[in-house]
Design a protein around this ligand. Structure first.
Ligand SMILES: Nc1ncnc2c1ncn2[C@@H]1O[C@H](COP(=O)(O)OP(=O)(O)OP(=O)(O)O)[C@@H](O)[C@H]1O
Length: 225
């Protein structure tokens, strides 16, 4: 069977600086990966590239055996979903409007009871008319989980998905990801510093080994004091 996601020899540059080089990965159905590494090593940059939201300097990326980069030949945008570390919402619109809008942007549509059920599942019951601006950070994140439960993507690319969540929210996140993996064979790739999430993932990849040596500038606190 073809892998859900594969990438070969990815190089990421920021300006003239090489952030990551020679990164390759094959992700099959139901596999879970934790991408770890120090602040600024390139986890978010890598996930955004795997989601097709930005471009690598070098490399080849395939999603469901269709090319994402260098030439984009993806048939269905909803194959993979990127959960940003800061959920992007249209803040002057309601919770329900944001959920519908997000799902529609992938060409999908659900019924009102389905949207309501998804909101209820993530603890946002009776908040569908609330303006997104008035949600807390954790509630905004829960709203992005509601979209996941509806869309059931093949691949979830989640950037620090438990940031800003209370203990129950973290548990909810794990339950949603576990059920996508178990019942829909979704592959999950998570960039995180959260030990619980890292331990949940079957595979752990430290990005540090793909950071060129000259970029590893450790801060010497003693020298600063
Ligand atoms: N658009 C951009 N313009 C300039 N520099 C950028 C841009 N995006 C990212 N960078 C730089 O690239 C590096 C990697 O950023 P990235 O957000 O990928 O790191 P990260 O590993 O996710 O960090 P953290 O653990 O803090 O979330 C950082 O030094 C950052 O300043």
């Amino acid at each position: 069977m073809n892998p859900y996601l594969s990438c070969e020899n990815i190089e990421i540059k920021v300006g003239y600086k090489t952030l990551i080089s020679s990164f390759s990965l094959t992700v099959n159905s139901s596999e879970t990966f934790a991408i770890t590494g120090s602040n600024g090593c390139g986890k978010t940059s890598l996930l955004r590239i795997l989601a097709g939201l930005s471009r690598p300097h070098e490399g080849v990326i395939k999603i469901m055996n269709e090319k994402l980069w260098p030439t984009k030949e993806i048939k269905y945008e909803h194959y993979s979903i990127f959960l940003s570390n800061i959920p992007s919402l249209l803040l002057d619109h309601s919770v329900l409007w944001n959920l519908e809008f997000y799902v529609k942007s992938f060409g999908l549509k659900f019924t009102l009871p389905e949207y309501k059920q998804a909101l209820s599942l993530v603890g946002l019951k009776d908040r569908e008319k609330q303006i997104a601006r008035s949600l807390s950070t954790g509630q905004k994140r829960r709203l992005s989980f509601a979209a996941l439960t509806l869309m059931k993507p093949n691949i979830v690319l989640a950037d620090e998905p438990t940031n800003g969540l209370d203990e129950e929210g973290c548990q909810l996140c794990l339950e949603i990801l576990s059920s996508l993996k178990t019942f829909h064979n979704s592959s999950i790739i998570i960039a995180t510093h959260d030990e619980k999430l890292i331990n949940w993932c079957q595979n752990k990849i430290s990005l540090e080994k793909y950071v060129p040596k000259e970029q590893k500038n450790k801060i010497n606190v003693k020298a600063l004091l």
